[in-house]
Design a protein around this ligand. Structure first.
Ligand code: CMC
Length: 428
């Protein structure tokens, strides 16, 4: 893997030879591990130039707008696969055979219920708590329910934790919503598909069980597939970093959920809708576009831009198509959705956004679809977390299977050098 070498010349010292590593795709990587013996570190805030691990799960080429899981292009998975099949590929490296698929689906369905005691835990939260705050707590709390299978060095324990997480996330997400709405919690129905079951737990009540609209279930499943994994983004890196300490998988995923919550990451789908509220009317779009371009104004157009995709976000392309399908199926005539479409059109043609390659990202369209389905805005990032759990846990399992070191970045210290302690009466 390392046949080329780079040479680093540090003034006044002998040149340092650094191996250049090549993956199966993507740019070469200079292996700087030897630098620590030279008494120097690399400096890379935001990790713009740093690979922190080796992985076989997901590949992204941001310039070409490519996203592949286990080599399968996201467009093919979104069109031909379903979420549980995609989870299987993320976890085990291959698409399942028919037999493996049936077995995996059955296994996930066997674990959809959560311990009844979780309801008491949920009842401790305020009804108006943000569902992401509740999810951080609930997922972390799962570790209190499965003491018997938390040995990270045992592959079977890692396996069962992965299945439990994938199976229980929709149940817990819907529990959060029902709790905030003051409605009874709906138990999972294992005769339904993963996406249908989620919509059932969200929208049905014990008084009335409506049939799930297949177009909405398909759209939901697509949203899950498109969010299933995304290489070493902020939340996945958080899961790996937390995992590198030996923390249990539920604690690691809770940490990932916390990282995802931020508006620059998964919180963007919710932020898109909040922004549309703020813009209010098509007549205000120009004013907000001007605010987004103004460097002295912190306002950003939420749902636009991406750290890696500098051409287009391939997930957004598929999501736009699904968005059109859902809006035409539901015949929605919502002014906010019209506003979103107008905003997209104006931003796409504006030189500021064109020059900086700021295209609508996956969160722009997913927010609109989720709103059209009737999912409250505060649940949007929860749905992202639900779907991303597969990727997080696949990356966590890979880290354990391949071997790891505790993650410990270094720093450039720019604070005071040593000085003496002053007693209180001598301080100014
Ligand atoms: N609105 C206005 N200007 C923007 C935006 C935006 N949404 N995004 C980037 N810019 C500008 C930025 O000011 C900078 O301009 P200049 O070169 O004149 O200084 C230029 O574009 C490059 O931006 P950057 O901040 O260097 O890009 P980044 O890679 O550090 O940030 C980002 C990427 C996603 C954090 C950012 O584009 C952003 O905050 N977007 C809005 C939030 C959002 O939609 N996030 C969801 C990402 S997709 C889901 C996920 O994977 O988590």
């Amino acid at each position: 893997m390392a046949d080329k070498k780079a040479q680093l010349i540090i003034e006044g010292a002998a040149p340092v030879e650094l191996p250049i590593l090549s993956g199966t795709a993507g740019p070469d990587v200079i292996d700087v591990r030897a630098l620590t013996n030279q008494g120097v570190f690399t400096y890379d805030p935001g990790f713009m130039s740093t690979a922190a691990c080796e992985s076989k799960i997901t590949f992204i080429d941001g310039d070409k707008g490519i996203l592949m899981h286990r080599g399968y292009p996201i467009e093919q998975l979104a069109e031909k696969s379903d979420y549980l099949e995609t989870c299987y590929a993320l976890l085990y490296g291959e698409l399942p055979t028919a037999e493996q698929k049936a077995e995996f689906t059955g296994l996930v369905k066997n674990h959809t219920m959560v311990h009844e005691q979780m309801k008491s835990f949920l009842n401790g939260f305020r009804r108006d708590a943000h569902p992401m705050a509740v999810m951080c707590g609930m997922v972390g709390a799962l570790s209190a329910f499965y003491h018997d299978s938390l040995d990270n060095n045992n592959p079977q324990h890692r396996e069962i934790s992965a299945i439990r997480l994938i199976a229980k996330m929709p149940t817990m997400a819907a529990m959060c919503y029902k709790y905030s709405a003051g409605q009874p919690i709906m138990y999972p129905r294992n005769d339904l598909s993963y996406a249908e079951n989620f919509l059932h737990m969200m929208f049905n009540t014990p008084c009335e069980e409506k049939k799930i609209n297949p177009i909405l279930a398909k759209a939901m499943d697509r949203i899950f597939i498109l969010h299933a994994d995304h290489e070493q983004n902020a939340s996945t890196s958080t899961v790996r970093l937390t995992g590198s300490t030996g923390a249990n998988p539920f604690a690691c995923i809770a940490a990932g959920i916390a990282a995802l919550w931020g508006p620059a990451h998964g919180g963007a789908n919710e932020a898109v809708l909040t922004m549309l509220d703020e813009i209010g009317d098509v007549s205000n779009i120009e004013k907000f576009i001007a605010k987004a371009k103004d460097k002295n104004d912190p306002f950003k157009l939420m749902g636009f831009g991406h750290r890696v995709y500098k051409n287009f976000d391939p997930r957004a392309k598929v999501m736009k198509q699904t968005c059109d399908e859902v809006l035409s199926e539901l015949g929605i005539n919502d002014p906010k959705l019209e506003l979103a479409m107008k905003l997209e059109e104006i931003a796409r043609n504006d030189p500021y956004f064109k020059e900086r390659n700021l295209y609508p990202n996956v969160d722009f369209y997913s927010g609109i679809i989720l709103k059209a389905i009737g999912i409250p805005t505060s649940m949007f990032t929860v749905i992202f977390a639900l779907a991303r759990t597969a990727g997080w846990i696949a990356q966590w399992k890979e880290m354990y299977a391949e071997g790891y070191k505790i993650g410990r970045p270094r720093q450039i210290y720019t604070g005071y050098t040593q000085r003496d302690y002053l007693p209180l009466d001598q301080r100014k």
